[in-house]
Design a protein around this ligand. Structure first.
Ligand code: UTP
Length: 279
């Protein structure tokens, strides 16, 4: 079964400059917890204990976060502040973390291909940590997708309906509805203008990928914006085999944008922090 989760985290995060000049975007906190920690918690809940992170220059804080800080921990030992570290210690104890660097930032598809040595020849999940996904009513989004994978055994992308005016920010799919919340993908377009979009079903930052995707990415030429797009490789996978799109249950916040970041902060403060569930 799926054990590995890949976090492409090498992007420049230009929309959040200057905060991201010397700090990885994935370390931006939503209230008291960095984005990437929410993502790893979601992966662990889905049973994915092997965490693989694609980093880049200036991203060393990510590695330090998932490691012990002896001096700090000694300082707060036996004080009531120890509770703040319970959550991160659990991740460090229960997960393994491996890292590789993307040397040139040539796009999400290229970042995923850079993670190949950490993944090998098995199906895996991908989390874009700046899309924060929360489902307070039940299974996390990755748990929902892993369950679906057990049934269908093919690549799955998480989708959400977006206003037509926003399609140019996403990969957009069209396909045949095979269940109220599942489509078999026929078409995928990266960042289409509203008039060119095949639907308003946008791909968000959660994927389950079968390992044949790596060879498809390798053969994928640079697409939109001169970047190697995962959408283009997935489109070929959909044509040659099967890719499903899944309308997940829960909420997604685009924390790569200021508006989504603020919405996520307010939501987490209200529903997690104030209720004592945020460590
Ligand atoms: P984004 O386009 O949202 O991230 O990529 P970005 O490039 O960091 O942000 P902006 O647009 O400049 O503000 C989606 C995900 O893919 C990763 C990013 O880290 C992010 O998690 N990514 C993107 C890479 O790892 N490498 C790349 O070359 C591009």
């Amino acid at each position: 079964m799926i054990k590995k989760c890949l976090f492409p985290a090498a992007g420049y995060g230009t929309r959040f400059l200057p905060a991201t000049k010397a700090m990885p975007k994935e370390m931006l906190p939503i209230v008291n917890k960095p984005l990437i920690q929410y993502g790893v918690e979601e992966a662990l809940e889905a049973g994915l204990e092997q965490i693989a992170i694609v980093t880049g220059r200036g991203k060393r804080a990510l590695e330090d976060h998932f490691d012990i800080s002896y001096e700090l921990e000694e300082q707060i030992r036996d004080t009531d502040k120890e509770k703040y570290l319970v959550g991160i210690r659990r991740l460090i104890d229960q997960c393994t973390f491996s890292y590789t660097r993307q040397v040139e930032m040539k796009g999400l598809g290229h970042a995923i291909l850079s993670g190949r040595p950490l993944i090998g020849d098995e199906p895996f999940a991908v989390v874009l940590a700046d899309d924060l996904c929360l489902n307070l009513e039940g299974d996390g989004v990755l748990t929902q997708m892993v369950k679906l994978y057990k049934q269908f055994r093919c690549s799955i992308v998480a989708i959400e309906e977006v206003p037509a005016s926003e399609t140019s920010r996403y990969g957009v799919i069209a396909g045949e509805m095979i269940r109220e919340d599942i489509y078999r993908v026929h078409t995928m377009v990266e960042k289409p203008k509203p008039e060119d979009a095949p639907s308003n079903l946008a791909i968000i930052g959660r994927y389950i990928l079968t390992p044949d995707i790596f060879d498809l990415i390798k053969e994928t030429p640079p697409g939109k914006g001169g970047e190697i797009q995962i959408t283009d490789a997935l489109m070929r996978q959909a044509q040659e085999g099967c890719v499903l799109a899944y309308k997940f249950k829960g909420r997604r916040f685009d924390c790569g944008s200021a508006e989504g970041f603020i919405d996520a902060t307010n939501f987490c403060y209200e529903h997690l922090y104030k209720t004592g569930q945020a460590y």
